[in-house]
Design a protein around this ligand. Structure first.
Ligand code: NAI
Length: 743
């Protein structure tokens, strides 16, 4: 069997997302809807989507569109037919009847339903057709969410199901978990329960919306949208529908019912159009009063009135420590315990009937909800004894009781059992661990080392560099399980020094950063960076000075320092300049490369995939683009094995730059932008400083500059910029709002 041709029926949110991911994998796909105009709009939406569903705009050429009346013939040729129409059984049954009359017998058919049981969907099918029918439950947005649940039943042709699993894993890059036909499968069963517990407990314990989201968020290893923020994002109306279906499908004895009671004021909100971000607002809204700037507001519970959202200070550091959190003696600790204990109890009540593999529940939460740890990993971290004995009100269940009686604190066993790939999660369990460093963990496995940053968004500080330096005595892979490879240098860390006017400390840190990256580049060992998520600023500087990059298809990468009033000074400016100096154009015109890089860094340009990164030279031909995140480690290992014998570090580059000549051209560009009001005073200042570095400083074209000369220029300018009030204002603004300040 081969999947060379796919038809997706229904071009809404999910159908278009699935079609886009097939396009990314270069699989020809036809998107059918009731009318061609609807699928045409979907195609346009895919093309213009932000964040982009396509890894490159050209991928749109893999898509054909049509309608189910005139273009259904195409189903005859399809190897896989995906149904993603509205969640109505009558509509779905009609579509299946039509598909089954037309499809070729080798094909496989699946539904993207999130709530309708497989046995209900296939109830009208012959035994033969049932063999080839399953549920493929993707998560929104399809390109970015790792989870795909395949729901199969005993009647299925198991070879076909396994084939589809392999295809979705390898070609579409999904973490595929095979599930039983039970309500909500794994992800939503536990995920929606968790959200509902977080919401109902917050109401019961009279926590504000902001307080609940501050706890049920980063401190628990959960995305910062928390519970109320996430409901706004998904749509509060949609969540009410999902709850209705759970209530219908689950037996009365299931404790889901305890958290799924209708909350009158939420129903009232939906009736009045407050459905979340897509509606008039939700638990939060952005509001502008009297011509001022937009302000984030949050709803007060009983008043149904919005107030400016409060920032909650939990006085905890960035490290996730669940045990410490639930042990706090204040309302936050009590809320955290109440929510976490209920989630753990609920998840463990699903073993073995819903799944015998608790690890699959953890991985579903990781892949489908971006949690750092699933409920069973949380249990292991707390310790079974601690969990059971903490609270005499706690009613345990069979699963927990057994662990407790056996005194089984380290019960966990293998990770990521849903895949045969040698993943980072699996290797971390086997490797020798060195946890001496507070910003990164070093693992030693076979003949190489792994460095995994572990700060918030993996931002980099002195210790992160120490870890890299320490690991560079062997071949090394820099990789991460958390969401981001690295969002850049830790600006809080830099600002703490700036507040004390301790410029020396900043200079020391940046110098250490440069020296470490140089060590990566010139050591006698192969260094591979394997990024996923953000690899920005300092994160990109680590990539650009590694020997090879094995990049996940969803990376966001580039140099964004100028947006916060700085320049890349960890070798980023110099290395980008060197890359552009290798082009044909640069050989003819010495000012070509500096100007090109001035443009790229000056505008803080970023790429949303490895393919988009190539034209900027953020990545090169020698680097790799990988669809499945779980493969990053094994591809990096293979690369090390291929390159390590006879490996020689690169030669040190030299630079011939025209100094004031090219700087003049750059200043002209800046003046034009200033006149057009595209940049303001400080934009001009930062631009000029960048120009100074890229032009080689006080040099002339015949003078040869070493790489160290260039690094020194980077450092000099960085230290000048950080001392400027307007740079500090930019940093403060970005740290508090996540957005750039134009000043
Ligand atoms: P949607 O409402 O965005 O899109 C449904 C599309 O189906 C519309 O374009 C509609 O015109 C089309 N349609 C309706 N009847 C049709 C027919 N007879 N033939 C062809 N097209 C028809 O819905 P959405 O959100 O994309 O959901 C689709 C399926 O995916 C549902 O089963 C839903 O439960 C499931 N799902 C939705 C998720 C989400 O986050 N929205 C997540 C996972 C699954």
């Amino acid at each position: 069997m081969k999947i060379k041709n796919v038809v997706v029926i229904g071009s809404g949110t999910m159908g278009s997302g699935i079609a886009a991911q097939l396009c990314n994998a270069n699989i020809p796909v036809t998107l059918l809807d009731l009318k061609t105009e609807i699928s045409e709009k979907a195609k346009k939406r895919i093309f213009e989507s932000k964040p982009p569903l396509l890894i490159d705009k050209s991928k749109i050429n893999n898509i054909r569109i049509g309608n189910i009346d005139e273009n259904f013939e195409i189903v005859k040729k399809a190897d896989w037919i995906v149904e993603a129409v509205v969640e109505r059984i009558d509509v779905k049954h009609k579509i299946y009847e039509k598909i089954l009359k037309n499809r070729k017998k080798e094909s496989i058919i699946s539904s993207n339903t999130s709530t309708i049981p497989l046995k209900v969907l296939s109830s009208k099918m012959s035994m033969q057709d049932k063999k080839d029918f399953c549920i493929t439950h993707f998560f929104n947005p399809v390109r970015y969410m790792g989870l795909l649940e395949i729901v199969s039943e005993t009647n299925n042709d198991i070879n076909k199901i396994n084939f589809l699993k392999d295809f979705c894993e390898n070609s579409l890059g999904k973490g595929v978990i095979i599930c039983k036909d039970t309500p909500g499968f794994l992800g939503n069963r536990v995920g929606v329960y968790a959200l509902q517990v977080a919401m109902t407990e917050a109401i019961k314990m009279k926590l504000s919306i902001e307080e609940a989201d501050a706890i049920f968020g980063r401190p628990m290893g959960i995305p910062k949208t928390g519970v109320f923020g996430l409901y706004d994002l998904i749509g509060i109306d949609l969540m009410l529908d999902v709850l209705k279906s759970f209530k219908k499908e689950l037996p009365k004895s299931d404790s889901f019912h305890l958290v799924a009671q209708e909350i009158p004021f939420i129903k009232e909100m939906v009736n009045r159009g407050f459905t979340g971000r897509k509606g008039k607002g939700g638990f939060y809204r952005m509001n502008r009063t009297g011509g001022g700037p937009k302000v984030l507001e949050a709803l007060s519970y009983n008043l149904t009135k919005y107030f400016p959202a409060e920032k909650i200070d939990l006085s905890i550091d960035d490290k996730i420590d669940i045990k410490k959190l639930v042990s706090r003696n204040d309302k936050y600790g009590k809320y955290a315990w109440s929510v976490i204990s209920k989630i753990i109890l609920y998840a463990s009540s699903l073993i073995p009937n819903v799944t015998k593999d608790y690890n699959n529940i953890d991985e579903a939460m990781r892949l489908g909800f971006n949690w750092t740890k699933g409920p069973f990993e949380m249990l292991e971290e707390l310790g079974v004894k601690f969990f059971v004995e903490k609270d005499n009100q706690l009613k345990t269940n069979e699963f927990i009781k057994k662990l407790y009686d056996k005194k089984n604190n380290n019960f966990y066993g293998k990770r990521q059992i849903y895949t045969n790939l040698e993943t980072l999660g699996k290797v971390k369990q086997l490797a020798k661990i060195n946890k001496d460093n507070k910003s990164a963990i070093i693992y030693e496995h076979k003949d190489y080392k792994i460095v995994e940053f572990n700060t918030k968004a993996n931002t980099l500080d002195y210790d992160s560099m120490d870890a890299l330096k320490k690991a560079s005595d062997k071949n090394m892979i820099i990789i991460n399980e958390g969401m981001q490879f690295s969002a850049g240098v830790n600006l809080n860390y830099v600002m703490d020094f700036a507040k004390e006017k301790n410029w020396k400390a900043i200079e020391k840190f940046i110098h250490h950063f440069q020296m470490t990256c140089k060590q990566l580049k010139y050591s006698n060992n192969v260094v591979v960076s394997a990024p996923s998520g953000l690899a920005l600023g300092g994160g990109f500087e680590v990539l650009v000075q590694s020997d090879y990059v094995v990049a996940h298809a969803n990376i966001v990468t580039g140099l964004v320092e100028t947006l916060v009033g700085l320049i890349p000074a960890g070798g980023g400016t110099t290395n980008m300049l060197w890359r552009w100096m290798q082009t044909q154009e640069a050989k003819k015109d010495p000012d070509f490369a500096p100007q090109k890089v001035f443009d790229i860094i000056g505008y803080g340009k970023t790429a949303n995939s490895p393919i988009e990164a190539m034209p900027f030279k953020f990545l090169l031909e020698k680097d790799k683009n990988i669809m499945n995140r779980n493969k990053l480690l094994s591809v990096s290992q293979d690369l090390i094995n291929e390159k390590k014998d006879g490996y020689k570090p690169p030669k040190k580059p030299t630079f011939k730059l025209s100094g004031s000549q090219v700087r003049g051209k750059m200043f002209q560009t800046l003046e034009k932008l200033f006149k057009e009001k595209k940049i303001l005073e400080h934009g001009m200042e930062v631009g000029k400083k960048l120009a100074f570095v890229l032009s080689g400083g006080n040099t002339t074209i015949n003078k040869e500059l070493s790489e160290d000369d260039m690094y020194a220029l980077e450092l000099e300018v960085f230290v000048q910029l950080i001392q400027m009030e307007k740079t500090q204002a930019r940093i403060k603004h970005t740290l508090s709002t996540g957005k750039p300040l134009v000043n």
